[in-house]
Unconditional design. Structure first.
Length: 553
């Protein structure tokens, strides 16, 4: 393990992090006791205080236990857009000593069914606009579903533009096994004792790999506490911090930076249901936001806001994020126009967000940063696993308290992903990187076939498996194509069935795909070919197709 990066370590920090050995709900109890009347969430001018949040989360936990039969260790699906209900549902599940299975609200029925079947979840907390996607699962995979209405938490007048989905009135669903959020809380049921400890399961975020199907990353309260406390310490947040919650809470980065860390530190979050550059500009000014965690595509869009110069953003002190490299030109423009440096980090669902962050006092552009507290990161040869010197590209491997215990019900994936070096258990990230002479890490390429579209990870094998259901597709290979806004986008190289040429268009395939998978996954480009090149083992040579596409770009 190299310690070159210690020369640039934030001066106010130790190299070791003594994270609390408690479950996450204890953070709710502490902040509610310390700041009972202080807003935790600000949602279109409606403030949800720390104490109100605690009481609502406990009532929902009581409903889960007494009416849904949730017991310690049970997995419970959570599928909503950013909202007070998402955060309340997350902590209510934990208060019931259960395990959160966060699901992307863009997923459709077949994708949701996989999450339910694989995790063993029989209870789900969802938003009402997503109910049609869940309805086929009720009574089959899911026995109990609680349906939330976002407008229940629009309690104060607002002049902000409220999306239609947020202000929609409550829909009545009359079906066994389905209950409304309002009814669940209205019963006022109390939960049993809080018994989950630091090494009990906490959250099961799903990620994918080259095998196609998403896999659950097993995280305990201890692994989750490490990165949420690490981020709070690294950026020196405090109870007077005000953050903009623009990242999706179902994803580990948003979950930690925009929900769990603020709860731990006791500061307020101005919550956005979805990204809107004009709303972001207004909210930063109105609430004097000091901290904003984002992804580069948000920053690019934000800086393109036509009326940006009309807003006062002088309160903004820190901008952090990751998911993709920040273009150097955009970083410079951010500094020139807003007077702020974008501090990049790096992490995975397997590591509950960061393993690396740039030192705030000495960040480097298009850089992953340096390994954080108690994290051993190395660049190794992907074949023989020996450590490589600075400047030489290899696979990034990481070991630390934040690394997941493994993959849920997937021992074969564990065997592929985890290795032992010098007596330590390391995760193979699948990312190719290099270090410089200072010990900073830089991303070079991806060993795995992951496509990074606006920060969303798209796994070609999963998209291919769905596209093979199309009646006109004989063979298909998914690759990435350059996109000026998304960075990368999804491209399908298709061999049509013999009876299909001339009868199916690329646009028809795109439209079919958009109806059968999440919006960030479906291909935006379709290229028809007569055949796909294959290697000696008969597998499609996707790398050759990818290299050809890169050459075109």
């Amino acid at each position: 393990m190299s310690r070159r990066h210690h020369a640039f370590w934030p001066r106010h920090l130790s190299h070791h992090l003594g994270a609390p050995e408690t479950n996450l709900f204890f953070n709710v109890e502490v902040s509610a006791a310390r700041y009972p009347h202080k807003p935790y969430l600000i949602y279109f001018n409606t403030a949800v205080t720390f104490l109100e949040f605690k009481l609502d989360a406990e009532r929902l936990a009581g409903y889960l236990e007494q009416k849904c039969g949730v017991r310690k260790g049970d997995r419970v699906m959570l599928c909503m857009q950013n909202s007070p209900q998402f955060a309340l549902a997350f902590y209510a599940i934990l208060r019931a000593n259960a395990v959160v299975v966060p699901v992307n609200p863009m997923n459709l029925t077949d994708e949701l069914r996989h999450h339910a079947e694989d995790s063993g979840a029989t209870v789900a907390l969802i938003a009402q606009e997503l109910y049609p996607n869940f309805e086929p699962l009720v009574g089959v995979d899911l026995q109990q579903v609680v349906v939330a209405t976002y407008s229940d938490y629009l309690r104060a007048p607002t002049d902000l533009a409220v999306p239609e989905v947020v202000k929609a009135p409550r829909l009545q669903v009359d079906r066994p096994g389905v209950a409304s959020w309002k009814v669940a809380l209205g019963l006022g049921l109390a939960p049993g004792p809080l018994t989950a400890g630091p090494d009990d399961l906490c959250v099961l975020p799903y990620t994918s790999g080259t095998t196609g199907r998403p896999k659950g990353c097993i995280h305990t309260h201890r692994t989750v506490m490490h990165t949420l406390v690490a981020g709070a310490e690294w950026f020196d947040t405090h109870p007077n911090t005000i953050s903009l919650g623009a990242l999706p809470l179902f994803h580990v980065t948003g979950m930690q930076a925009c929900m769990n860390a603020p709860m731990y530190r006791g500061y307020s979050v101005v919550l956005m249901p979805r990204w809107d550059r004009n709303a972001a500009a207004e909210l930063i000014q109105r609430y004097r936001v000091t901290l904003w965690s984002s992804i580069p595509t948000m920053v690019i869009d934000f800086l393109a806001t036509p009326r940006l110069a009309e807003f006062d953003h002088s309160s903004l002190q820190q901008m952090t994020g990751g998911g993709a490299a920040m273009p150097a030109a955009i970083g410079r423009r951010l500094e020139e126009t807003r007077g702020i440096s974008y501090v990049e980090g790096y992490g995975l669902s397997e590591t509950m967000a960061p393993t690396h962050i740039n030192p705030p006092q000495r960040p480097k552009n298009q850089c992953l940063g340096i390994p954080i507290f108690d994290t051993d990161a190395r660049v190794v040869d992907p074949d023989d696993l020996h450590e490589l010197p600075p400047g030489e590209a290899g696979e990034i491997v990481v070991s630390g308290p934040q690394v997941c215990l493994g993959y849920w019900n997937a021992p074969h994936a564990d065997a592929e992903a985890f290795i032992e070096l010098d007596g330590k258990r390391f995760l193979r990230t699948g990312d190719l990187g290099r270090t410089d002479e200072d010990g900073y890490y830089f991303l070079v390429d991806r060993l795995k076939r992951m496509i990074n579209a606006s920060g969303y990870k798209v796994w070609p094998a999963e998209v291919e498996s769905i596209l093979y259901q199309h009646p006109a597709i004989q063979e298909v290979c998914i690759i990435s194509a350059q996109d000026p806004y998304r960075g990368e986008t999804v491209k399908a190289v298709v061999v049509p069935k013999a009876e299909a040429p001339g009868k199916v268009s690329g646009q028809e395939i795109i439209e079919w795909a958009s109806n059968n998978m999440a919006a960030y996954k479906y291909p935006r480009i379709v290229e028809f070919v007569e055949s796909l090149q294959k290697g000696a083992t008969g597998k499609v040579n996707w790398r050759a197709l990818q290299e050809r596409e890169q050459a075109r770009g």
